[in-house]
Design a protein around this ligand. Sequence first.
Ligand code: PBG
Length: 345
Amino acid sequence: MGRIAAAPPGLRQRVTERPRRMRRTAALRALVRETRLAPSQLVLPLFVTSGHDRAEAIPSLPGHARLSTDRAVAVAREAAHAGVGGVILFGIPDTKDEDGRGAADANGPVARTLLALRDADVDLVLMADVCLCEYTTHGHCGVIRRPRAGRDLEVGDVDNDATLPIIGEAAVTYAAAGADVVGPSGMMDGQVAAIREALDESGHTQTAIVAYSSKAASAFYGPFREAAGSAPAFGDRRGYQMDYANAREALREMQLDVREGADMVMVKPALTSLDLLARARREINVPLAAYHVSGEVAMLEAAAANGWIDRRSAAMESLTAIVRAGADVVLTYLAVDVARWLQEK
Ligand code: PBG
């Protein structure tokens, strides 16, 4: 009485489903792996600047630097050798102005580096980010409408429609310099349509557009802004980048961009948007990219440097999750390392 009876000898609970069978050996696990990463789906971001033989390290992004054109070509060659699929260029100009006109400068670092990469015949898809924030004195992604005297500049003063012609011009500059794909990242309404029109009118009908459609106002862009010197001088970007709380709006942004002519849409940041990638995979029929952004990589690097996580395993797990969620293409600062690890296997 009051005692729990021991199970009769010989009687065991009958297990009818045994998924562990397929995990038994490394060969079995490799055979049935559902998500496979390939180097060719990785895109390496590069920060390009003026000068020669210049590489200024970016402390928050270990292994990355602001590169002069010649050094960027050398890094791109290594990436191509590792099997990486493409590079995306961000410009660090020598001077900035109020309207970010430097973005469209045919002598700027992005256009120069594109030309050099073309000349070097590097086997990579060449992408160029199209945004004004690296080129404006105030660091916002658009032109600022002058407020009435006596009033301070506000984020709401970022003038959507006045920004469009400048990014259209920038896209044409990059297309002329050899970009295969241009990527508007400023979250201005109508930016994809404006760029498509500018490209078509200038004869660049074969230049593709990857739209940063679902780009959240995120805390994870910190290291990028340090690298690019593009932190907003006042306010923040919440007047144009999306609220990270909104999933339906993210889908709407992607649908609008497809309608405006986007050849590929992007979700950003990646790891905080896996649900958006999964939904987009079902509802959007153009290729889907995810940007594993600077802050996501910085967290991983910092923890790994402290010995708190294993860098390689954490990197592979992160990128596999992004692809499992639905991304076809992943932009990541880890592209070269990951491509090499994949080649080893
Ligand atoms: C430019 C742009 C940013 C990033 C990509 N394009 C910065 C921003 O929006 O502030 C961030 C990428 C990263 O963090 O790696 N608008």
